[in-house]
Design a protein around this ligand. Structure first.
Ligand code: FES
Ligand SMILES: [Fe+2]
Length: 436
């Protein structure tokens, strides 16, 4: 059970908070590369861990991440001109490079002043279609972590960003909650449950989320890793031709501070729940597979084709109490949730809980085991960091062979972990291994 005090630690991410301090130790996504595609294009305002930034691409194509408010007298650099390999504040024309160099100060002609100061720019990189920034203590810049979706041609990857008005943790918890998949998402994953008794799982490339069978109360098996944990939702499997017992395992992998890998048959979803502030989150959904995706088709599968709720221009998810979080009750004979698609189902449920869940009021059951583990691992990592240690996974540079596992039939007696031999983490210290 999470106490009210622990809930504060888990959910508050601003500067000076324990979670905020820990999250600032990692590289984090700040936007999709697409959002700042054009050199000298408009700066993009963004929020990260309770602070405001602008992201821009200079004339030479380099990305810069800078505090939003100009270091001179705090005008917003969202209004700035991006030109001649720098960003120029409109108010008095101070101009800064992506690395924080002060290039010009037209109202103050003292070159020594310019050389003696730096603008608040942060280390930034582009990889896997995302812009990443490190906004933690300068002298503690960590390894830049590589994920599998950094590899392969860009068309084998799709990125959707949703700015969702809810605390990051309740959205992330939904991602490690296997028992909701066959219920909230039953239209896609398990329609035989309530909607279509004649349902046969659809193993189409895009919609291969169907569960191996309709068991909505899987047994959960969890194992800690150096970077977080992974867990199998275990369901009874079919008999082998010679009558042997099997089980079906669906494995989800969690990497602190914001990531998880959700398994599908033909591709994987990498999700990052990046806090904008205590009550809003940028969810990055990265679809990554062995061949090119059709963006429109994936948008429809994810239910992100309803412009009333979400669009690619501002990425804001517009579910509110007033619009009943986007629910259309008139379609609930055929669309079980009335929320139309995986994305709105997960996002609207998260928003419907209120900005920050009051976790001490919950009634938890065995199916919530992975949700509990996520909280424990986050709290453990924060405590370790507050005591002067490194947070989980900070010393791992390569996650590219860490995987999740779609529903897989495994003979009883064999370990699901053997299907994910690299999940203990490359370069990771195996000392974190704890079976449960
Ligand atoms: S406030 Fe930006 S140059 Fe003066
Ligand atoms: Fe979900």
């Amino acid at each position: 059970m999470v106490t009210a005090a622990e809930n504060e630690i888990l959910t508050r991410v601003g500067p000076g908070t324990p979670m905020g301090r820990m999250m600032r130790r990692y590289w984090l996504p700040v936007c999709a590369s697409e959002q700042v595609a054009r050199p000298d294009g408009a700066p993009l305002r963004t929020k990260l861990l309770g602070e405001n930034y602008v992201v821009f691409r200079d004339t030479s194509g380099r990305v810069g991440v800078m505090e939003e408010y100009c270091m001179h007298r705090r005008a917003s650099l969202a209004l700035a001109r991006v030109e001649d390999n720098g960003i120029r504040c409109l108010y008095h024309g101070w101009k800064f490079g992506v690395d924080g160099e002060i290039q010009e100060t037209p109202n103050h002609c003292d070159e020594r002043f310019r050389r003696s100061q730096r603008a608040p720019a942060f280390p930034a990189r582009e990889a896997g279609g995302l812009v990443w920034a490190y906004v933690g203590p300068r002298e503690q810049e960590p390894l830049f972590q590589k994920y599998a979706f950094f590899d392969g041609p860009a068309e084998n990857r799709l990125i959707f960003r949703l700015n969702i008005p809810a605390n990051y943790l309740q959205l992330w918890e939904g991602g490690v909650d296997s028992s909701h998949v066959g219920i909230l998402h039953c239209n896609l994953a398990n329609p035989e449950w309530k909607i279509r008794p004649d349902f046969a799982p659809d193993f189409d490339d895009y919609t291969s989320v169907a569960l191996a069978n309709g068991d909505n109360a899987p047994e959960m098996e969890l194992e800690n890793t150096a970077y977080g944990f992974h867990y199998a939702a275990r369901r009874k499997g079919p008999h082998t031709p010679d009558g042997g017992e099997t089980y079906s395992a669906r494995v989800t992998t969690v990497m602190l501070p914001t990531a998880r890998i959700i398994p599908l048959t033909f591709y994987q979803f990498f999700l990052f729940e990046v806090p904008r502030d205590d009550v809003s989150t940028s969810t990055y959904i990265v679809c990554h597979g062995p061949r090119a995706f059709d963006r429109d088709k994936m948008k429809a599968v994810l239910g992100l084709d309803n412009e009333r709720l979400w669009n690619e221009r501002d990425c804001d998810y517009r579910a509110t109490e007033e619009n009943l979080w986007g629910q259309d009750r008139s379609v609930m004979d055929t669309v079980w949730s009335g929320l139309g698609g995986l994305g709105p189902e997960d996002a609207s449920i998260g928003v419907s809980m209120g900005p920050i869940v009051e976790r001490h009021k919950e009634v938890l059951v065995a199916a919530d085991k992975a949700v509990v583990r996520l909280r424990e691992r986050l709290l453990e990592s924060v405590r370790r960091h507050e005591a002067g240690g490194a947070p989980f996974g900070l010393d791992i540079a390569d996650y590219s062979r860490v995987r999740s596992l779609p529903d897989t039939t495994i003979p009883v007696g064999e370990r699901w972990q053997d299907h994910l031999p690299d999940n203990m983490g490359l370069g990771a210290r195996p000392t974190e291994r704890v079976n449960n």
